[in-house]
Design a protein around this ligand. Structure first.
Ligand SMILES: [Zn+2]
Length: 267
């Protein structure tokens, strides 16, 4: 697909308009939480992540909703079902995203995702790698957001964001887990500013300078996220609160920005 500038700008006008909610009416939404069972047995991120631990911390920290998706697995049919069950059991605390692997599930993802969104009520997609066209076409049709962390460089987002302007992307970890390469944070801020359909999420950022930079430069594109339960959502929430943003901007970062891009009827 080769969009002319006019077509690109026209497609932007179909994006949802920011609701004029007062900060008090905006929910606090954790954009990045894992839950459920995995096939691994050596690390909690691939064995079991307890949704009740997340719920207890949410209650203690005053977090209204968490977006949950599976931990590492080889395939995701069952883990996605498990996420849907948690959303149902603990309603309305969780919003579920599916997870998929474009290699092990190649050729089956479009049908699986359709079922997971339309029948199971999942509301987005988490990936650990770059999406392929099979995934992006399905996501565009379903109107759901994608969250992922680019495996090599955030710059790879440029083509993807341009080619699929109708899909909302969330760059996890402000582009780089644990600030191992801080320049990737700068690249994530740049890409989020450049493309109306790109957002970024703040879990695991260690280098404070870049979190402050993102809050100052793209408060309408930054989202609170924890990567819990391995990381404590209460600590990640404090990292955002301690930025001391003006109330309206803080509310956008803590949940308002996510509320803009969740599919209609989610909340
Ligand atoms: Zn994660």
């Amino acid at each position: 697909m080769d969009l002319s500038r006019r077509e690109f700008v026209a497609s932007m006008s179909t994006l949802p308009v920011m609701p004029s909610l007062s900060p008090a009416k905006m929910l606090i939404i954790d954009a990045h939480v894992h839950a459920g069972h995995g096939t691994g047995i050596t690390h909690e991120s691939s064995t079991f992540l307890d949704p009740e631990l997340t719920l207890a911390r949410m209650a203690d920290g005053g977090i209204d909703r968490s977006i949950i998706f599976p931990c590492d697995n080889y395939e995701y049919e069952k883990p996605n079902q498990e996420i849907a069950e948690y959303c149902h059991r603990y309603a309305p605390k969780f919003i579920g995203y599916a997870k998929h692997d474009p290699v092990t599930e190649k050729g089956r993802i479009a049908a699986m995702l359709k079922h997971e969104v339309n029948e199971l009520g999942l509301r987005g997609l988490k990936l650990h790698v770059h999406p392929n066209r099979e995934i992006l076409d399905a996501v565009a049709e379903l109107g759901i957001p994608i969250i992922y962390h680019p495996p090599k460089t955030v710059a790879d987002f440029h083509m993807i964001a341009r080619t699929y302007p109708q899909v909302n992307f969330i760059i996890a970890h402000l582009g780089n887990w644990s600030s191992e390469d801080p320049w990737e944070h700068v690249a994530a801020i740049d890409i989020a500013r450049r493309y109306p359909n790109v957002y970024t999420e703040a879990s695991g950022v260690q280098a404070r300078t870049y979190l402050e930079m993102a809050a100052k430069e793209i408060p309408d594109k930054l989202m609170f996220g924890s990567d819990g339960p391995e990381t404590d959502c209460r600590v990640e929430l404090y990292k955002i609160r301690s930025l001391k943003l003006p109330p309206q901007q803080e509310a956008q970062v803590l949940g308002g920005n996510m509320m803009r891009i969740l599919p209609k009827g989610t909340l």
